[in-house]
Design a protein around this ligand. Sequence first.
Ligand SMILES: C[S@@+](CC[C@H](N)C(=O)[O-])C[C@H]1O[C@@H](n2cnc3c(N)ncnc32)[C@H](O)[C@@H]1O
Ligand code: SF4
Length: 385
Amino acid sequence: MRPETAFHLYVHWPYCRSKCAYCDFASVVPRRGWDAAAFVAAYRADIAALRGLTGARPLGSIFFGGGTPSLAEPGIVGAVVEAAMQAWEPAADLEVTLEANPGTVDRKALIALRDAGVNRLSVGAQSFDPAALAALGRTHSVDETKHALTWAHDVFDRLSMDLIAARPGQDASAWAAELAESLDFAGEHVSVYQLTVEDGTPLAAAVAAGRARMPDEETAAEIFELTRRVLAESGRPAYEISNFARPGGECRHNLAVWRGADYGGVGPAAHGRLTLEEGFLATRHQPDATDWLAGPPAPERTPLPAVERAREHLMMSLRLTEGVSFARFAELFAAHGLPDAAELLDAEALAEAAGLGLIGQDEQGIRVGEAGTLLLNALTARVLR
Ligand SMILES: C[S@@+](CC[C@H](N)C(=O)[O-])C[C@H]1O[C@@H](n2cnc3c(N)ncnc32)[C@H](O)[C@@H]1O
Ligand code: SF4
């Protein structure tokens, strides 16, 4: 079996200043500060262990996600970048992204992050409406967001911004105005997520108690379609269901992962997908930062049957505008006994969706067309066997 060679690294930072009302990501508010030297040592040990698994590979990207990685000292970020560049063979155009929350960075901090090796910043703006920011439990102001994005433009060539749409009380016309204002500050890349009510969050409790009302389906659909249209008109068409970019401005890390490339995860709660001689492997670290810091890092390793990894790949590819490539599928899975994506697809359901103009199919692959994007989850469930 030929292992997938290209490799991408996800680095999880587990802390936030406060917990947002909607968020169930693996992050906590630390009771005290943290020991930067202990983090560096644990990340280094994690990287060394991962290198032992992957062997030498070209490294295409590093993504610092969280949590709020902009809280980490630039020294920690620099040490991780350096360790990763020593462990693998960095591509000439190595992409190093870091997620930053407004209010946690100033111009000087951004320069220090750039000097530490970060070359792409993703700013969590979420909303340009002060009342919405407060309702979401964000601790920064709209002004702080605007400052962060303005500094980020000065310091980084590559800039992304996260927004959350379809929030309680929002209608399409308010969103149109907010989105237009946000684009005055945007760079090459924008992510817009429709707000999801996650179990166990304060938002879920507020919705259950009637204190917050999510937009109805029709309004949410209007907001979704408006987002796609406005971003396309701004020169940033959707390349994934929630991600929009100028041509060439796509997040190379996420795009590689969505196209089925191998990625390793370091840090608490980080997970990975590796293709090894013996087959596919899923790795997951324990979520608790204190346990992870105590080390030695030993991610849970679960062999992944090829058919499961292939289904996962099809599901992710259907979220991409380019869709599923049969050639890419064969490249990833033929050596594992699955040369043909069609074996995992329901031909009848596909033909039906194609007849309705929701899915396009030809000898190269299949893709969800513009008319199908609103129904993506239902379509994916129908066409995957
Ligand atoms: C790991 S978070 C991190 C970034 C950073 N900590 C921040 O909050 O700005 C990644 C993104 O997921 C989105 N997100 C998190 N929870 C969500 C939810 N319940 N519904 C929709 N989007 C969500 C937010 O837009 C957020 O920026
Ligand atoms: S949305 Fe970001 S800042 Fe808010 S709790 Fe989640 S990870 Fe932390």
